[in-house]
Design a protein around this ligand. Sequence first.
Ligand SMILES: Cc1cc2nc3c(=O)[nH]c(=O)nc-3n(C[C@H](O)[C@H](O)[C@H](O)COP(=O)(O)OP(=O)(O)OC[C@H]3O[C@@H](n4cnc5c(N)ncnc54)[C@H](O)[C@@H]3O)c2cc1C
Length: 392
Amino acid sequence: MEPIIIIGTGMAGYSLAREFRKLDQATPLTMISSDDGRSYPKPMLSNALAKRKTAEQIAMFDAQAMAKTLKAEILTHRTVIKIEPTTNALELDDCSQQKYSKLILALGASPIVIPIDGDAAEEILSINDLIDYTVFRERLLDAKHVAIIGPGLIACEFANDLIASSDVRVSIIGPNGLPMDTVLPEPVAKELHQQLSDAGVEWYLNTTTKSINHNGKVYDLALSNGTVIDPDLVVSAVGLRANIALASDAGLSVHRGILTDTFLKTSHNDIYALGDCAEVAGHNLLFVAPLIAGAKALAKTLAGDATEVHYPAMPVAVKTPLYPLVITPPATDAVGEWVFEQAQSGFGIKGLFYGEDKSLLGFVISGDFVKEKQLLAKQLPDLIPVTIQIAE
Ligand SMILES: Cc1cc2nc3c(=O)[nH]c(=O)nc-3n(C[C@H](O)[C@H](O)[C@H](O)COP(=O)(O)OP(=O)(O)OC[C@H]3O[C@@H](n4cnc5c(N)ncnc54)[C@H](O)[C@@H]3O)c2cc1C
């Protein structure tokens, strides 16, 4: 019998393998990863400095330990370069072939690289795995001024972590007028901006990074508004894009992610997708809660009980302890209006987004209001509702 193969040993791949083994101990399982297969909680990459964690301390288990626990063969440092859906075969970068009965793509997402001129462009860091984090920590030892490109969620988390853990100067650069303003309504984005400023973050907003060149021990980082700043470490946090090339080259349907139905099935019968790389019934969600829900449903399907995934509303807690924040933004095309309440203590805002029929469609809560997360989440509509099976 050919094994089930999972490509990827990130949180999606390992969550699925764990869930599957709870239901089926016998079916052969193979996992393949370009990296070293260590199991780790990726969200910690943007708050581990303050916890004084090295990459080794973030990693929970190595590939060998995972293979034993999961009764799986785990091939590390091996990249799948081709999927042959018609023969259920994979080609690896060491020229070997693997046959599968079912294939699960848990390929993750990669940092978006924006074009920046200059002789130091290659030295801009992105932090998306344990190796990146190791390099980041090493480079920080000599750093006095860190510039972070992109004023989004991850940029704010890294800024908070740096401020909390060291005395480096932190600058954030981005084209928007306020941090996280694609997901935060203005009053909350302003408070976040204020809290991070009070803690020492320097902002270069409404501008972009044009070039980066060496200048002795620092960089000349030139912005499109004419300003030049002098960081000695530059981190890009402009976002991630689902890894879809392998699937698209194999003829699978892709859009922002690898397209699947609510069973996590791609456009090919024996191939499924899960985690950051998947676009499940129109949702390409790059955070943990959706992949956990997907792993539970798909494990049942693979064990013989076809199960659709259920996505309830899934609030995201932003890791900015200087300004605690929980967001569940309304859909981008939602029609309605925001209603705001300021905390009586003055620390925090509750922003509720109501649709035209007065139903709650999204919320953003900060400061003193974050404790209302569960209560509010229960009032939101599901993203993918539970399918009710009608007995015949
Ligand atoms: C800094 C940071 C902070 C975050 N904070 C939060 C948070 O607070 N809360 C939250 O919910 N989410 C957070 N996230 C998002 C969350 O971590 C991800 O959604 C999740 O870890 C994605 O897991 P994954 O397994 O889909 O992808 P990945 O972890 O990217 O794993 C992909 C795997 O696929 C393998 N792979 C890819 N291509 C191939 C190939 N061709 N052949 C073989 N192997 C391949 C890789 O080696 C890797 O093992 C954060 C992300 C980052 C980067």
